[in-house]
Design a protein around this ligand. Structure first.
Ligand SMILES: [Zn+2]
Length: 201
């Protein structure tokens, strides 16, 4: 194999590390990258390098941030007695578009024992630490309405009930169908589901 093809293979592998990129798409990205003028390639690499250097994880909620604490956690105008628990950072965007004005807690995934993802592998313990202050009155469990999402909410519900009996626990079930993923629910439906949220039982 020539050194150029070796270089191309490494590029493909690098693009393939992005979760939504298929092998075929990785090959297309590698080819697009090679075809760019040298200046454009350098600019892209600089942007990637800058992003890498400034991406942090918010120490409170687990959201991405350029600071130690994200914009949402640092916003004193939001309702800090209400925490909406979601699976992924992208879910925050959907809930924000639905007009939610409380705080968030991002789990970074869902409990999935078959793939060795246990509660301790997710950002769950820090949620319980936030509840220890007593300032949080309600937790909305907005995981996806599929089997793993519901099992994750069930685990968190049981732990909160056991440790913090007086915290209200709800979920945005109203108008959402079984299998719904928060990221794909339209903002209007999600807004209604959040407003008409029901006790998690
Ligand atoms: Zn935060």
């Amino acid at each position: 194999m020539s050194s150029f093809y070796f270089c191309l293979e490494r590029l493909k592998e690098a693009f393939y590390t992005l979760p939504s990129v298929t092998p075929k798409y990785a090959a297309k990205l590698a080819s697009d990258f090679i075809k760019l003028p040298s200046e454009a390639r350098k600019k892209l690499l600089n942007e990637l390098g800058d992003a890498e250097g400034s991406i942090k994880i918010c120490s409170v909620c687990g959201n991405y941030s350029t600071e130690e604490i994200c914009d949402i956690c640092g916003d004193g105008k939001r309702d800090s007695s209400l925490i909406c628990v979601v699976e992924e950072v992208m879910d925050v965007t959907s809930v924000e578009e639905a007009g939610f004005n409380g705080m968030y807690h991002i789990l970074g995934g869902r409990i999935d024992p078959l793939n060795k993802i246990l509660p301790e592998n997710l950002n769950i313990d820090s949620l319980f630490k936030r509840l220890e202050t007593g300032a949080v009155k309600e937790v909305i469990l907005a995981t996806n309405l599929n089997r793993k999402g519901i099992a994750t909410s069930r685990y968190i519900y049981n732990e909160i009930k056991r440790r913090f009996g007086d915290v209200k626990i709800s979920h945005p079930a109203h108008g959402l169908s079984e299998g719904s993923e928060i990221i794909y629910v339209n903002p209007h439906t999600l807004k209604e589901a959040l407003e008409e949220r029901r006790p998690f039982e």
